[in-house]
Design a protein around this ligand. Structure first.
Ligand code: FMN
Length: 192
């Protein structure tokens, strides 16, 4: 059974380093696992400018229904989020709040990105309860990209001495996502 796991790039900031990370993760998913497909969801394409509650229709807001459809069709998600003052970007919250039931019983893996040495560990912990409230199950294995400017080269690959660490974190997170994704697909098919 093929699983579709979109990668959400969680910042619209001009000059964002997280874009390289998100592109790397999409390539990794597409190239390394036969039974998995992915796509990059750029929060910049869904900056609605304000919060729109998921339980009402907003036909005049471009992108909202597209996002709901993407969220609904996904078997799970990976969120690449930078750490901004120990939290996650506001535009990511606006995107997440625009859907709700579409997320239920789906696994989510987290990739924290920081200029500092903690690899976004604080934002990874910070966002977990929000994702739980949205009905997702958060994977224990996360990926932490610290000193992002020194981790990726201009062509978007990971520098030699950091490759093993990032690769092994991504492997563990993806294994867990696939395991949960398959089980949760069965669960969602069962009558409630
Ligand atoms: C508003 C703002 C707050 C930030 N706060 C933190 C922080 O709390 N910890 C940290 O390690 N880096 C922090 N940074 C640096 C980001 O981690 C850095 O920009 C990194 O490249 C990832 O974010 P980016 O994708 O926007 O580039 C902050 C950056 C911005 C723009």
């Amino acid at each position: 059974m093929e699983l579709h796991i979109p990668v959400i790039l969680g910042t619209a900031r001009k000059g964002r380093a997280s874009e390289q990370v998100a592109e790397f993760v999409v390539d990794y998913l597409q190239d390394s696992i036969d039974t998995l497909s992915s796509e990059l969801i750029d929060v910049r394409d869904y900056t609605f400018g304000q919060t729109y509650e998921a339980w009402n229709d907003h036909p005049d807001v471009p992108g909202i229904n597209d996002w709901k459809e993407i969220a609904d069709n996904a078997d799970g998600y990976i969120i690449v989020t930078p750490e901004y003052n120990h939290g996650y970007p506001g535009e990511l919250k606006i995107l997440l709040d625009a859907a709700f039931t579409e997320y239920f019983d789906k696994p989510v893996g987290l990739v924290g990105v920081s200029a500092g040495g903690f690899g976004g560990a604080r934002v990874v912990e910070h966002i977990k309860p929000i994702l739980v409230e949205l009905g997702m199950t958060v994977m224990v294995n996360a990926t932490y990209v610290s000193h992002v400017g020194d981790t990726f080269t201009d062509d978007g690959s990971v520098v030699e001495d950091k490759r093993d660490k990032i690769q092994s974190q991504l492997d563990d997170m993806t294994d867990e996502l696939v395991r949960y994704g398959q089980k949760f697909n069965q669960l969602r098919d069962e009558p409630s």
